[in-house]
Design a binder for this molecule. Structure first.
Ligand code: SF4
Length: 349
């Protein structure tokens, strides 16, 4: 505990936010403002086309969380130009990470993947790449291809896990089990690719204890990032049908804040938090309707951690191991850019 308190004092963002937001992580590495640009590569998903499963995950309607899906007729270059203009104008962003977000972005032959990724990386303002995929869709030659970019770029792979419990994965029709996920993580850890894991809180049939078990398992994986989502029910999904039959409930906001705080307490403080709440667009959402912005929810989680006298990693007792790779964007002097007095802030990540 003494070591934890010392490391807590050394990290101003833990004082300020009580967790490690991705934007602080980016500030540590880049002397300019970096934003992610979501991209649609034009691929589908093996859990929708029959290779791993049929019908997809029960909560999945990709259109609801990827607004760029509707722009899929644009080339990668065109999507990047559009994204750059938007993030520059709205947020003052200067450099960008190409985020292959929609569906399964390793689901194509090697040449096709190479040409899509490199179309993005050829833009002079792209400093990194982040590739969202399923753990059952990552062959070793694809890993090598992505690993090759890590010499010059900031490289992430994002694996959907959602839960470590096979009974839950079965119930939501994930089309893979926990063992497959562990195999993907172990193979990826042999590379210089940063790993981010996606988890959903509030999945059908899961207790708080189940979710905390997922947190504890992730804490020991040696990953670098995490994205947390709340379960939401969107129109045109299998989950919506279950919801209307009364077989699924969603969380109220306070319950989600409690669960997220507990989850973060169990995750090492040097694992960056890339997302704290799910994101659904416009008319697709059925439940829950919280009437709170993402920033307000993040602020509530910070306040809950503060109320507990806790912070990310305070119930974990360890730091995630660092990658032993040459880093094209090593951590800069933290004190240079985090100099504000510790106080609570409502933030958006
Ligand atoms: S893996 Fe992703 S894209 Fe595929 S069905 Fe599940 S949520 Fe949808």
């Amino acid at each position: 505990m003494k070591d934890q308190l010392l490391s807590f004092q050394k990290k101003p963002y833990l004082v300020k936010y009580r967790f490690y937001p991705f934007r602080e992580y980016l500030k540590e590495r880049f002397p300019y403002k970096v934003h992610k640009i979501p991209l649609h590569s034009g691929f589908t998903c093996p859990n929708r086309d029959g290779r791993s499963g049929v019908g997809g995950c029960t909560y999945c309607i990709n259109e609801s969380f990827s607004p760029n899906v509707t722009r899929h007729f644009l080339s990668i270059k065109e999507q990047i130009e559009t994204g750059k203009a938007f993030h520059k104008q709205r947020y003052g962003a200067e450099k960008f990470i190409a985020y292959f977000q929609s569906f399964t972005n390793t689901y194509a032959d090697l040449d096709t993947l190479k040409s899509r990724y490199e179309e993005a990386l050829s833009d002079k303002d792209i400093v990194g790449i982040s590739i969202g995929t399923r753990p059952d869709c990552i062959a070793d030659d694809i890993l090598s291809l992505i690993d090759g970019y890590a010499k010059k770029f900031h490289v992430w792979i994002e694996y959907g896990l959602q839960s470590i419990h096979d009974r839950t994965l079965k119930r939501i029709n994930r089309g893979h089990d926990y063992k497959i996920f562990l195999d993907a993580i172990n193979r990826t850890k042999k590379t210089c690719i940063n790993i981010c894991v996606h988890v959903i809180l509030g999945l059908p049939g899961e207790t708080a204890e189940d979710m905390m078990q997922t947190a504890e398992a992730i804490a020991n994986m040696g990953i670098q990032g995490i994205k947390l989502h709340h379960l939401y029910v969107a129109k045109n999904t299998a989950l919506a049908e279950e919801y209307f039959y009364g077989n699924v409930q969603t969380l109220d906001m306070d319950a989600y804040v409690q669960l997220t705080a507990g989850f973060l307490e169990r995750i090492p403080s040097n694992v960056t938090v890339q997302r704290l709440v799910g994101d659904t667009h416009g008319n697709f959402l059925i439940s829950p309707i919280w009437k709170a912005s993402k920033a307000a929810i993040a602020g509530s989680i910070t306040r809950e951690l503060e109320r507990r006298g806790a912070f990310q990693g305070s119930r974990c007792g360890m730091a995630a191991s660092l990658m032993n790779c040459p880093d094209p964007f090593p951590v800069r002097n933290v004190q240079e850019h985090v100099s504000e007095e510790p106080k609570l802030h409502i933030i958006e990540i």
